[in-house]
Design a protein around this ligand. Structure first.
Ligand code: IPD
Ligand code: CA
Ligand code: CA
Length: 256
């Protein structure tokens, strides 16, 4: 399965790379939420290839939707995760494809076309970057942990999500080595999986942001949960990812 997903992601990656270096038509989904013609074009290409390769799966894409509720057999597609980076020429942006079978993460690919890093995982078979096995870090101490996070587009409303971001930052920043905001949730998750970050947390991510990275973290030996440490499910409002060893203190600080 991941061979097929990887082949499709690499093909779409060519269009992605072309767009990264080209001048773009930029439109706004909200007041800060950018979208380019490449978001749509890459998604349409992915959907066409995935529909041929995986008949029977509901294809759910950020730009064109698809499916209702939470289909048991679904492929969640983010054609450009990190569009703001894509527009500003920051290479941390990715194609994210997460395949769910019978409601569980089954296969995943996150491809960073500019850096040419391809992360993949299949349930029970481990996680890989460009063919090499990857593992989460062994760091047991939150104080020595490098964290990643992201800021939701709802920040603009300065409502509950914004307050959560500020409160969590207050609580975690003094207790960790530092906090990074790379600009792509799927990349953040892959960087937890490869041991670059010890942990990652964010509010208000969507299924296509996390569907692939979730499995890649777990297959690399890490842990994914809700804010209270219980099992994460697609559509949950808050995600916490870690190397597993710091998960309990991380969840505790996030809730403090
Ligand atoms: C965004 C990125 C970002 C995260 C936002 C996401 P997009 O996805 O993953 O890191 O902080 O919440 O919406 O809009 O670039 O696909
Ligand atoms: Ca995204
Ligand atoms: Ca996107």
């Amino acid at each position: 399965m991941t061979e097929t997903l990887s082949r499709i992601a690499r093909e779409a990656g060519e269009l992605f790379r072309e767009g990264y270096h080209a001048s773009k038509e930029i439109a706004f989904k909200g007041s800060v939420d950018l979208v380019t013609q490449y978001d749509l074009q890459v998604e349409l290409l992915l959907k066409e290839r995935l529909a041929d390769a995986f008949p029977g799966y509901t294809l759910v894409g950020e730009e064109t939707g698809g499916g209702t509720g939470t289909p048991e057999n679904a492929i969640y597609i983010d054609p450009i995760d990190g569009t703001t980076n894509f527009v500003h020429g920051i290479p941390f942006c990715a194609i994210s494809i997460g395949l769910f079978a019978e409601g569980r993460p089954r296969a995943a690919v996150v491809y960073l076309p500019i850096l040419d890093e391809l992360y993949r995982a299949e349930a029970g078979c481990g996680a890989y970057c460009n063919g090499e096995p990857i593992r989460v870090s062994h760091e047991p101490l939150l104080e020595r942990s490098l964290m990643a996070t992201g800021f939701p587009y709802t920040k603009i409303e300065q409502g509950d999500d914004f307050e959560w971001v500020m409160r969590t930052m207050r609580s975690l920043l003094p207790c960790t080595r530092d906090i990074r905001r790379l600009g792509s949730a799927s990349v953040d998750l892959c960087y937890v999986a490869r041991g670059t970050f010890e942990g990652f947390y964010e509010v208000n991510l969507k299924p296509w942001d996390v569907a692939a990275g979730w499995l890649i973290v777990e297959e690399a030996g890490g842990r994914i949960s809700r804010e209270d440490g219980s099992d994460y499910a697609i559509g949950d409002h808050i995600i916490v990812a870690s190397n597993g060893r710091i998960h309990a203190p991380l969840v505790e600080r996030i809730r403090a």
